[in-house]
Design a protein around this ligand. Sequence first.
Ligand SMILES: [Fe+2]
Length: 259
Amino acid sequence: MNPDGLLVVGDLSDGDLRLTKRIAALPLPLAVILGNHDRGHDKSGGILRQQLALLGEHHCAWSLHGWARPPISVVGARPCSSGGGFHLSKAVEAIYGPVSREQSIDRIVQAAAQVPDDQPLVVLAHCGPTGLGSEPDSPCGRDWKAPFVDWGDQDLAIALDRMAQRRCADLVVFGHMHHQLKRGRGLRRSLLLDRRGTAFLNAACVPRKGVDASGRELIHFSWAEFKDVHLSRLSHRWYTPNGELTHEESLPLPDLVSC
Ligand SMILES: [Fe+2]
């Protein structure tokens, strides 16, 4: 499969540091946003601080990460979101301070304002934005209890709106909201293109490993390709442990997606 870079949407574990260490050591361009589970049960922020120390510059909360090769700009949103509008956990507050919704918006917009015009603008978040639907199978719809509501992040949605005055995001990548819905309701919509041409990818295929009908082990990855600044391919892919691509579900894209 040999990707040029890797985005990680968080919830690596419930506070276990082993996978974080392995991800941080990967020899390719890397951007990570931690999830609400990554602090474990530690409200003091101690475990989260250890996670951040391991990831170092790879963790992209509220900041811009520009890769030279491939030339892609990754803007990080609020770390460790649990969705549902705007909420800062005690652990996040212990490290970042009492960041308000408006401050979170400003940080995301300011990071995006530094993105060069000739590079794709990718936003990496743990939970996606509000505005993608209120049904249980919407990309950020609450499916585990009624009423079924939009469980996205308000600060991210407002930031994306404000960014659009200058330039829209080409791609917004997030996790948190599992593809498999509760109580047998099927699968969530996980690939979406909005009216501005921004593509949204919910990458939370949980578990990421499984077997097909013939018992063959498969591993899920999401895949994005850019041609110059334009998103040219966005899909979910399932690979064998040997790296053989066995199945792909793609989002149909216009010839050139641009804001
Ligand atoms: Fe999560």
